[in-house]
Structure formats: C-alpha cells, structure tokens
Design a protein around this ligand. Structure first.
Ligand code: TC6
Ligand code: FAD
Length: 710
C-alpha cells in the first residue's frame, strides 16, 4: 500500500506508535514461525480467483447465498487441503489456526462446511475406535464424505439426557434402528445438515432389549453418495432464516425406522456387542467430549471476532472527525473523546486477555486429553468446569463489546458494509450454541459447590480452584494489579461460601435440593462469573508477565498497560463486589455493617443519591472494618483515565498489530488506508437499486398514488 493513499490521520497515528507492531503480531501469534505460516496461508487462499464476492452477500436471495457459499467452500477447502501437512500434530495445527480467520474474507457469514471440520471430524477422532477412525477419517479428511454433528432436537438442546431420537439394537440383523418418535425428537440446528452433508454423527438414545443405555454417537449416512437424495427413512430440510449463520445451511432431520449396521455406533467409550451385550465406558460424560473441545476453541474464536470489530472501530475513530469543542480549532478525531476510548480500548485489552487465556486453556485441554487417552480421568472435571466458565464469559464480553464497537461507529456502524452487524451475529450465536451460557455457568457452579464441600471436609482443592482454600480475611487494599486480582479471588471465595450457606438454609426450610438449587441459581451463576473473572484476570496477568520478559521494553510496557487497563476496568465494573470483598464477615454486627456499607455505595454509584443515615453510619464503621475507601475508588477511576491517555497514542498501532488484511476485515470502515467515505460510497453503488435511475414501482404505484388514481 503506497503511503500517499493512506488517510493522513491514520498516517499520523502510525507515526506516533512507540512500539514495534510486528513484534506484537508475533507475540499474539505465539511466535514468528506462526505469523509466517498464517500469512502464507492467507496469501495462498486470497490469491485464489473467485473466492471473494463481487456482489455483496447481503444483496443475494437466501437460495443464492447458499449456492454461492457452496461454490466458494469448494474452492476454499481445496486450497486448504493442498496446504495440509500430514506430519503436523493436532497441537501444532491448532496453534497455526488460532489466529487464522481467513474464512472471514470468504464468508461474511460462515461456510456450510464448517461443522465438518469443527465437530464431525473431532467426534470421529474422540469417539471412534482405532478401526473406525482409520476408516472414517480417511474419507472425512479427503472430503469424500461431508459430515455434521446432529445432537440438538426441536424439544431439547440443553438437556442432553432428554434427547428422544432412538437407536434400537436388533441382534437378529446386527443393525441399529434409528427412529424419531415425535416431532420434538427431530434434530434441529446442525450446520450443513439441510442440503450439504451426506453423513452425520447422530446423538441418540441406545435401546437394547427394551432397556435404555443412555446417549451415544452414531455415524449415519443420510444422503445417497451419487444422487445426494435423502436415503429412505430420512427426512431432511432447512430450518429457515436466522439472525446470522444464514449461509450455514442449518437443518432438520427425522428418522422413520432407518437401519444402520452395528459398527456405525462410534464405540471408543461404550460398545454394543453382536449378541446385544452393552459394555459401558469408564465415564458416560466422555460422550460429551466434542462439546468440551469446541467450548475451549470458542474462547479463541471470541478473541478473533473482538479483535476484528475493534480494529474496524479504532481505525474509523481515527479518521472520523466530529463536533467542535474548541472554537476556531478543527473538529477532533472522535478517538480523542475519552468516552470513545472507554468504549474501545477495553475491547483491545479483552481480546489480548482472551488470546492468552485461550492458549492457556488449550494447553490444559491438550494435556487432559492425553491423560484421558491413557485412562486417567482425574483432571476431566476441572477442564469441564473451566470450559463452562470461560466459554460463557468470553462470549458475553465479546458480544457486548462488539456491539459497543458498532455503536461507537455511529450511523455508519449500522451499515452491513461496515461488517460489524454480521460480526455481532456470529458472536452472539456462540452465546447460545455449544451450551447456553446460563446453563454452562450453572454447570461450573455445580463443580465449585462440590469442590467447596470437599474442601470443608478437608479434601485438597486442585488446579485453578486451589485458591478457594485460601483464608479470605481482609487485607489492606493496595490498589495494585496483583492486589486487585487477589480481591477478585476473595470475591469468588465469599460468594461461594455464601451461596453454599444459602443452599443449606433453603434445604433446611424444607426445599428439595433441586428446588433450593433453582432458588439460589441467580447467586450460583454469580459465583461462576466471579471464579471465571478471577481466572481470566490472573491468567492474563501471569502469562503476560511470563512472556513479556523476552520482549523489547516498549512492547513490554504497552502490554503491561493493557493488563493494568483490563484489571482496573473490571475493578470499577465490579466495584460493589470489591467493597463487599474487603469487609470481614465475622459475627452478626459485621454483616450488618457490610450490608449498610454496600448499600450506601450502591446508592451513591447507581443514583448519585445517598441516604445520609445509611452512609454516615457506614462511613463511621468503615474506618473500623473496611479496607477500600471512597478515595481508593476515586484513585482507581483516575488511574483508569490516565491509562486511556497513555494508550491513546498507540491505539492504531495496537489494532494494526492484530494484522488483519483488508479482505479479512471485509469492512468499508476498517480498511488499512482509512478511505472510509470512498468505500462507503463504492459499497452503496453496489446496491441493485442503484443500477437504474428510476425504479419501475414509480410508474406502477407511486405515480398513480400521487395523482389520486390508486
Ligand atoms: C459452530 C457452531 C456449532 C454448534 C454446535 C452445537 O451447539 S452442538 C450442541 C451443543 N449442545 C450443548 O452444548 C448442550 C449443553 N448441555 C450439556 O452439555 C449437558 O446437558 C449439561 C452439561 C448441561 C448437563 O448434562 P447432564 O444432565 O448429563 O449432567 P449433570 O448436570 O447431571 O452432571 C452430571 C455430571 O457430569 C459432569 N459433566 C457434565 N458434562 C460434562 C462434560 N462435558 N465433561 C465432563 N463432565 C461433565 C458434571 O460435572 C457432573 O459431575 P458431578 O457433579 O456428578 O461430579
Ligand atoms: C447458530 C447456532 C448453531 C447451532 N449449531 C448446532 C449444531 O451444529 N449441532 C447441534 O446439535 N446443535 C446446534 N445448535 C443448537 C445449540 O447447541 C442449542 O440451541 C443450545 O445448546 C441451547 O439449547 P436450547 O436451544 O435447547 O435452549 P434452551 O435450553 O431451551 O434455553 C432456553 C432458556 O432456558 C434456560 N434454561 C434451560 N435449561 C436451564 C436450566 N437447567 N437451568 C436454568 N436455565 C435453563 C436457558 O438459560 C435459556 O435462557 C446451534 C444453535 C445455534 C443458535
């Protein structure tokens, strides 16, 4: 890109940046080697003719969008396959793919083949015997067959044990009979299921001799390999238009006594022998393995989506000028408004935090799956609990912040050509899929409450839950990054011990454990959030510290500023929790004080109005009991504003370092050269309505209407 074509404001921003953006790119990619591999892959894919749309997807009909995305998917996957290195380990491949979002250049939405790679293949790998893997992987990897993962039904998504699709073993023919007994048992949602896949892994309830043996995965051919017609006994279709994912070809599937051979059950964990004997696996939850894998990957995917959105919003904010706060001076760049910095810089920091947490979580995942392969299941519950915390928190934050990025671009952010609305559509889907967020937070709470129960009985706490055994007594608030992270841990301990108490009280009052759980569930999700926040913050800080030592001083400084910003932002967001966490909870009097104190703060912060009595009494007691004061909060606020100011000169450099090519951003507002207005106009001219000066509806309707003849 020649420098003179770049918007002058962006040129100035880039000149101001005081660290090496390439060094940050390498840091985010986990090494120069991975930056090179990623760029190489992008270059190869983007040089394929016909992969990028001339007509924007939004002007196509539903059917055209699908057909176009299939055409592109074929070109896309052919290119990817030509680059595959068979000798690479899964770990290596995943690392390379962590920051590879070249698909965004090809599909503003997503590919109908995405489930083939993201869930079909991982399920064969995780649930198949060696023999099954050898057979199916060869076909799946070469894409001789195209598959998807069919679990959710019309009636049940969350409650897997409630799935109704039946797989009944017939020992006479050594076949399994798949059947959908009711409309609610129809599979509903799987990507690519409607018209794309010819095979799928179906999660169904196994019956042998009238007895249910739980939910298991079955490899089912759904379409003829030659004609692509649905096989007899198989009803297939598309579920219709959605908020996003409109090119993903999500489908429905029903069975009418459809027979498959016995060996189509994926039998790594549990087996059905020829005579109908059922052999259970070591843990029935191993069947849920693909979901754990995808939840882990989602954290990284949220980092990418957020990085994409904030790159668009920061570049646009650097070229957009609006208002005139000082007479006779030029209109400022909107990026100079501190409120704008407040909207955007946290998105950069959050993206860093998610990349770092995602890689950390991936390493745990990789290590636990190796242990599982050796029959050691000890660390599976911890991995499950972690994924159930970090998947929801990363999707909640990314969704909120992507929407903020869109709003930060004013009216132009609302244009589809900005590509922020579609990015939001993709991110918010992850709030629901792969385990609805509330449901996952409650799963994590289940693990936390269980761990607490063990701890109270003297059992040691392991891994990321080990800190729960620490004594949460008041420490003096020092406002340091480590001090704040520590207080987040104290918050989690307090919330956990409190909810356990509440659960006991509810049960004592006569509620069943299930009803007590439901009644306490708002607090339970708050416990998981508190634990998840403590993990996100401390991993972000400790991993950055660890890796920053090898970096140049300017980059190290910027990265630590981002950590500081992230920690300070969350301390302010959760200031009520911070106050609560620093008041001792011993004795009746103290808990009264704690309530008054929290109340007085809540009143001050939420409405600006303070009940004088509550506040005075709390203030008097505060000296005695609390370590965080009004002044500490003001300090935090000032520090936060100073951090925004310190980060401001590097803002464009920080988003440039995400290293997204223009094709990948796919946005009129976010391109490297900052020619947003020209691009908005170019994109507007692609509207089919602009192809003719007068639309036929004028003569047909408007004119007669205006002349009173209609
Ligand atoms: C690209 C987009 C594609 C999208 C695709 C999709 O969405 S695909 C569709 C995606 N769909 C979804 O994601 C559906 C979301 N729903 C679910 O995942 C499950 O139904 C559930 C986890 C909510 C409950 O399951 P349940 O009622 O069977 O279980 P329970 O609550 O009775 O707990 C029993 C014990 O099991 C433990 N345990 C549970 N899971 C795991 C695990 N994975 N690993 C290890 N352990 C696990 C749990 O901790 C507990 O342990 P404890 O305390 O006894 O020691
Ligand atoms: C874009 C997209 C793609 C998808 N792709 C696939 C796919 O490829 N394959 C596939 O099999 N599935 C897929 N799904 C389905 C997805 O996994 C489910 O929608 C998801 O697991 C949520 O389940 P549900 O729809 O049954 O929600 P529900 O469980 O009905 O949730 C509705 C509400 O009830 C609440 N709720 C439910 N249970 C509880 C509880 N125990 N405690 C408290 N609150 C509760 C939830 O919090 C939520 O607020 C996809 C979904 C989407 C949106």
């Amino acid at each position: 890109m020649s420098a003179n074509k770049v918007n002058v404001d962006l040129q100035r921003e880039r000149a101001k940046c005081d660290f090496n953006t390439e060094e940050l790119t390498n840091f985010l990619d986990w090494g120069v080697k991975y930056t090179e591999k990623r760029r190489n892959l992008e270059q190869k894919v983007l040089s394929v003719k016909g992969l990028l749309d001339d007509t924007p997807e939004e002007y196509m009909s539903h059917k055209e969008k699908y057909e176009n995305s299939i055409r592109k998917s074929v070109l896309f996957y052919k290119t990817l396959h030509s680059m595959e290195d068979e000798n690479m380990s899964i770990d290596e491949k995943t690392r390379i793919n962590f920051r590879n979002i070249v698909t965004s250049a090809v599909f503003k939405d997503n590919s109908p083949l995405m489930l083939h790679n993201s869930m079909f293949i991982p399920t064969i790998m995780g649930q198949g015997t060696d023999e099954q893997k050898a057979y199916w992987m060869k076909r799946a990897k070469n894409m001789e067959i195209i598959g998807t993962y069919a679990q959710t039904e019309l009636g049940h998504g969350t409650f897997i044990r409630g799935l109704e699709t039946q797989a009944t073993y017939d020992p006479d023919t050594e076949e399994l009979v798949l059947h959908s007994p009711a409309l609610s048992s129809y599979k509903w949602w799987p990507g690519g299921l409607a018209h794309t896949a010819n095979y799928c892994v179906v999660m169904a309830r196994l019956y042998i001799k009238g007895k249910s043996h739980g939910i298991h995965p079955f490899m089912v051919q759904i379409r003829d390999e030659e004609t692509h017609m649905p096989l007899p006994g198989i009803k297939l279709g598309e579920i219709g238009a959605k908020l996003g994912f409109n090119t993903v070809n999500n489908g429905f599937l029903g069975f009418e006594n459809h027979r498959i051979p016995r060996d189509r059950m994926l039998m790594k964990n549990a087996q059905v022998l020829k005579d109908g004997t059922f052999v259970a696996g070591s843990n029935s939850k191993l069947t849920y393995g693909t979901m754990v894998f995808v939840r882990v990957i989602i954290v990284n995917s949220m980092a990418n989506m957020l990085a994409k959105a904030v790159t668009i919003a920061v570049r646009y904010s650097a070229i957009r000028r609006q208002s005139q706060p000082k007479p006779n001076e030029p209109e400022p760049q909107i990026l100079d408004y501190v409120t704008q910095q407040h909207k955007l810089f946290i998105a950069i920091a959050s993206s860093h935090a998610f990349y770092i947490n995602a890689m950390w979580l991936w390493e745990i995942y990789y290590s636990v799956t190796s242990q599982l392969a050796g029959g050691n299941l000890d660390n599976l519950p911890e991995l499950h609990a972690l994924a159930c915390c970090l998947k929801p928190l990363s999707t909640i934050d990314a969704t909120t912040m992507i929407e903020k990025c869109r709003l930060a671009c004013g009216g132009h952010g609302y244009m589809l050509s900005a590509n922020l609305a579609q990015t939001y559509g993709l991110a918010t889907a992850a709030y629901t899929y792969e385990g609805e967020n509330t449901v996952l937070l409650l799963q994590a709470a289940r693990s936390l409450v269980k761990a607490w129960g063990g701890h109270v009985k003297g059992q040691p706490l392991k891994g990321t839950m080990a800190y729960l055994a620490e004594n949460p007594t008041v420490k003096v608030w020092d406002g340091s990054v480590d001090g704040i992270i520590q207080s987040f841990k104290v918050v989690a301990i307090r919330k956990l011990s409190s909810v356990v108490k509440i659960l006991k009280e509810y049960e004592k009052s006569g509620l069943s454990p299930e009803d007590a759980w439901n009644k306490a569930s708002v607090f339970l999700t708050a416990v998981s959030e508190a634990h998840g926040r403590a993990v996100l913050l401390s991993v972000y800080k400790s991993e950055t510290d660890k890796r920053a030592a090898a970096l140049s001083p300017p980059l190290r400084k910027v990265l630590l500023q981002m950590v500081d910003l992230y920690v300070t932002y969350w301390a302010l967001e959760k200031v009520g929790d911070m106050l609560l966490s620093y008041v001792p909870v011993v004795g009746k009097r103290a808990s009264t004080v704690r309530r008054q104190f929290a109340l007085s703060w809540a009143l001050r912060l939420d409405s600006g109005h303070v009940s004088p009595i509550a506040f005075m009494s709390a203030a008097a007691e505060r000296r005695q009991y609390a370590s965080i004061t009004e002044r500490d909060v003001e300090e935090l606020q000032r520090r936060y504003i100073e951090l925004l100011a310190a980060i401001r000169p590097n803002a464009v450099g920080l988003v440039d370092a995400f290293d997204f090519r223009d094709e990948i951003l796919n946005s009129a507002l976010g391109a490297y050269d900052g020619r947003a207005y020209e691009r908005l106009m170019e994109e507007a001219m692609k509207s089919p309505l602009n192809a003719e000066p007068v639309n036929q509806t004028f003569h047909k309707y408007l004119k007669p209407f205006m002349r009173g003849k209609l």
